[in-house]
Design a protein around this ligand. Structure first.
Ligand SMILES: [Ca+2]
Length: 240
């Protein structure tokens, strides 16, 4: 038993002595100017590397996104206006019309400046509201659009059927879903028309072109509820 106690005491003594020597070594090293200089150098190098990483990450996070505000001549909030122009697209009564809508700029550039005579072409028309649904006396009014760059996020999404955004996203603009009339020849796509649209100046006459109607729900494969037969669909553009 006494031998065992002797070993235990010896063990703790050796440990304590070892720790004390280590501590002394550390104190000595920290008081050594060469060691301090070396450590400072390594720290500076590490800080430089970290600064580079932070700078790269900050730049990559500044990558923003654009969206089109259909029916409006300005962007919401602090978003930058790239340009405001005219909704362009295919003629409503032509079978081969391009289906999509585009936001045409007001200052187009041309490389060919004589009228092209071939019949084998695509057509670009302006766009009219074809009902009074979208705004006061909107029927036949020509419709503008704006291309906006978001300043407070990097992603945008258009949600048909909603006029609020999900958690973590914020509303850029909300309004009503628009498309062509189902009985017309041209295919179209759904676009989100601002709830309070502007009209192009002097555009109230009936000249047709691409035309926009409200979109209503049709129950069946579409579950009702939550949808309702005949209810016009809202829409929202969200960003985060
Ligand atoms: Ca018109």
């Amino acid at each position: 038993m006494s031998t065992f106690l002797t070993y235990v005491i010896l063990f703790f003594f050796l440990c304590k002595t070892g720790a004390t020597k280590d501590q002394q070594k550390k104190r000595l090293l920290l008081n050594d100017p060469d060691v301090l200089s070396d450590r400072l150098g390594r720290l500076e190098s590490l800080v430089n590397k970290l600064e580079g990483t932070v700078s790269r990450l900050t730049k990559s996070q500044k990558t923003s996104s654009t969206y089109i505000r259909w029916g409006k001549q300005m962007c919401p909030g602090n978003d930058s206006l790239l340009y405001t122009g005219f909704i362009g697209g295919g003629y409503f009564d032509e079978l081969g019309s391009a289906a999509d809508a585009v936001c045409l700029p007001p200052n187009p550039d041309f490389t060919k400046t004589t009228p092209y005579r071939s019949s084998y072409v695509g057509h670009m028309y302006g766009t009219e509201f074809e009902t009074n649904f979208f705004g006061p006396k909107s029927f036949d009014e020509d419709v503008p659009c704006s291309v906006c760059e978001i300043q407070d996020g990097t992603q945008t999404i258009m949600i048909p059927g909603k006029n609020t955004c999900f958690n973590g996203w914020h509303v850029k603009y909300k309004g009503n879903l628009g498309s062509g009339y189902y009985g017309q020849k041209a295919a179209t796509t759904f676009i989100c028309i601002d709830e309070s649209p502007d009209y192009l100046m002097s555009g109230e006459s009936n000249t047709n072109g691409k035309v926009i109607f409200e979109v209503i729900a049709k129950c069946g494969a579409l579950p009702c509820p939550p949808y309702h037969e005949g209810y016009p669909l809202t829409c929202v553009v969200c960003a985060k």
